[in-house]
Write a protein that binds this ligand. Structure first.
Ligand code: SAM
Length: 241
């Protein structure tokens, strides 16, 4: 492993408010970490944490937690938060499917999913962070009325998400196919640009966004959706023989 990466892994652990698989904090983020009762906003797959840090600076009355498996990436956001004296943002190294093991039911007020890996192959669909399997986990930690924000460059992942949501009982609150050319898009969508977002924009890709609630998410419909997709995948695999 490159020396720089090893150094960042080590330094990440030294930062105050940076955690490695913090199971002990389940249900205790407000009392033990932030020491206030403010809303908690979680960014999933945060990478270098541009959203967590920028939103933390803009909303001092909210608490932000960036989550990713790669602490050498979060090291960047953690360093900037330290430089800027932001005490309302933290980072946690975690695998996404473990999310219900670090947050209590309804402990989270809002979720951001920023440029997750698209997993274009149908056989990998269950790894997409907007797949019903993940929505089932998010519903457990998100309070009723809590928003999910999803920003992506990927046409395939966006299409998958927008098509799937109504099939599992969700009507999106917002759908934007080109955030950076929409004068009505919120300042936070246009002005905060993540590392991957900038890379994709440089290639001319349009940045897409949707926002939805999980209150009406029907887990049974989520399971039916997955079964239907699996049947379709098997049919396609057979026709390829
Ligand atoms: C394409 S990057 C996007 C990073 C950042 N949001 C951005 O826009 O620059 C996807 C991120 O998700 C993280 N990731 C992917 N799968 C994950 C998983 N199962 N659990 C935790 N993090 C994951 C990766 O480590 C990576 O940093």
């Amino acid at each position: 492993m490159p020396k720089d990466k090893i150094r960042r892994f080590a330094e990440f652990k030294q930062f105050d408010h940076c955690f490695d698989f913090p199971y002990e904090l389940k249900g205790k983020w407000r009392s033990d970490v932030f020491k206030n009762n403010n809303p908690i906003v979680v960014e999933l797959g945060c990478g270098k944490g541009e959203y967590s840090v920028s939103l933390a600076a803009a909303f001092p009355d909210k608490n932000f937690i960036g989550i990713d498996i790669k602490s050498n990436r979060m090291w960047r956001g953690a360093g900037i938060a330290k430089e800027q004296g932001l005490y309302n943002v933290t980072f946690a190294r975690l695998l996404m499917y473990k999310i219900t093991e670090v947050f209590e039911q309804a402990e989270v007020d809002e979720i951001w999913i920023t440029f997750p890996d698209p997993f274009p192959k149908l056989r990998h669909a269950k790894h997409r962070l907007t797949h019903p399997r993940y929505l089932t986990l998010y519903k457990q930690i998100l309070k009723p009325g809590g928003l999910v924000n999803f920003k992506t460059d990927s046409d395939e992942l966006f299409h998958f998400t927008i098509e799937m949501l109504p099939q599992v009982g969700i009507t999106p609150l917002a759908i934007d196919h080109d955030v950076h050319h929409n004068p009505n898009a919120s300042a936070y969508l246009r002005e905060i640009k993540t590392y991957y977002e900038q890379k994709f924009m440089a290639k001319g890709q349009k940045i897409k966004y949707t926002q939805f609630l999980l209150d009406m998410f029907d887990i049974t419909k989520g399971i039916a959706f997955e079964e239907m997709q699996e049947a379709e995948r098997k049919k396609l695999a057979k026709s390829d023989l």
